[in-house]
Design a protein around this ligand. Structure first.
Ligand SMILES: Cc1cc2nc3c(=O)[nH]c(=O)nc-3n(C[C@H](O)[C@H](O)[C@H](O)COP(=O)(O)OP(=O)(O)OC[C@H]3O[C@@H](n4cnc5c(N)ncnc54)[C@H](O)[C@@H]3O)c2cc1C
Length: 324
């Protein structure tokens, strides 16, 4: 019997969506392994027991509530190490994001455990969990099996689907003995990334940027055009991973699915994983300097050329037409 321990990140009394996905996935995997999926949360005076018990709806059996600084890695590492030591969990699972990377790496060092990051799928083989991670620019899949007693699995953002299964979890307050260095870092402030509040699903016009923009600053061209059209800006996974644009704006298999009236793709190759998130758009316009780019195969209008020359001219023309 193998059990899974999931770390749930929260902010302002709300559990993070990627953590809910990790709980759903942890519960599925634990079920196949004949064990159970438990959850640990650290800090959160604003987290009620009702919110924590409701994690049972995603498959959690027990939720450990730890009093400590929230949003920092060391208190969570202390809490998870203590729980693994006491209860013998076989897998520690995270929904992804920078904090998950930091906690996972710290826990791996602390417990001498194997760790896999950017995991997009978990399978069960021979009674053990096996993690799949895309590598080499997502062109290949690497398979991770664990030799250590504990396997640490850190998901890619949005890789694990949130699934509601019904049920209520038992909530238990857990006293943790924190390491001497744990209190040395304090949380000064927490905030959202630029654009984290953008609502791309409801936008009628989307201007999406890809690696062809060349740098984060290139998104200004998309923002200007989107503003002139009264639309919003979106992005590919490649640029989101590069830190050029917030995850909230990612379109595709592991991002959001959209169907605006107009989808303008600038510097986007048109990979299948991107296509599945935007192919329902009413009109697709693509700007790409490569005439053989796959995106032209499913565009209504294709413009072959340099986006740096085309986007500003387009913005200017639209503004002139609107008289603004
Ligand atoms: C499991 C899995 C899940 C994935 N999920 C997603 C997902 O949800 N969303 C997603 O988008 N991707 C996803 N991917 C990644 C996907 O496979 C592609 O790697 C990604 O979409 C490519 O992004 P891109 O088009 O920005 O970059 P690239 O493929 O590098 O394309 C850049 C394009 O810009 C063009 N270009 C360069 N310079 C200029 C210029 N000056 N003017 C005009 N054009 C120019 C190039 O010709 C090229 O076609 C996933 C992959 C895997 C394996």
């Amino acid at each position: 019997m193998s059990s899974v321990l999931v770390y749930a990140l929260h902010n302002n009394g709300v559990i993070n969506k990627n953590s809910l996905g990790a709980i759903s996935e942890g519960s599925r995997v634990a079920g196949e392994l004949g064990g159970q999926c438990d959850v640990v949360v650290v800090g959160g005076a604003d987290l009620t027991n009702d919110v924590l018990a409701a994690l049972g709806n995603y498959g959690a059996k027990k939720v450990y509530k730890v009093d400590g600084a929230e949003g920092l890695s060391q208190p969570v590492i202390d809490a998870m190490a203590q729980l693994v030591g006491a209860n013998g969990y076989n897998y520690a699972l995270f929904g992804g994001g920078l904090l998950g990377f930091e906690i996972g790496a710290g826990l791996a060092a602390r417990l001498d455990a194997g760790v896999t990051m950017e995991v997009t799928a978990i399978n069960v083989d021979g009674g053990k969990a096996v993690a799949e991670r895309p590598i080499l620019g997502d062109s290949q899949i690497s398979i991770s099996k664990y030799r250590s007693d504990l396997g640490i699995i850190i998901g890619r953002i949005n890789a694990f689907e949130v699934k509601e299964s019904g049920g209520t979890a038992e909530v238990e307050d857990l006293a943790v003995t924190f390491s001497e260095w744990t209190s040395r870092a304090t949380m000064v402030t927490r905030g959202e990334q630029r654009g984290a509040d953008i609502n791309i699903e409801d936008a009628k016009v989307l201007v999406a940027g890809g690696r062809g923009l060349g740098a984060a600053e290139g998104f200004q061209l998309c923002e200007d055009l989107a503003e002139s059209l009264g639309g919003a800006v979106a992005a590919t996974r490649a640029v989101v991973d590069a830190g050029w644009f917030p995850y909230a704006g990612q379109i595709g298999q592991t991002g959001k699915t959209v169907a605006p009236k107009l989808y303008l793709a600038a510097g986007i190759s048109g990979a299948i994983q991107h296509k599945v998130g935007m192919q329902g758009s009413e009109n697709i316009i693509a700007i790409n300097k490569d005439a053989n780019a796959p995106i032209f195969e499913f565009s209504d209008l294709g413009i072959v050329g340099d986006l740096n020359a085309i986007l500003p001219k387009l913005t200017e023309a639209i503004k002139a037409k609107k008289g603004s």
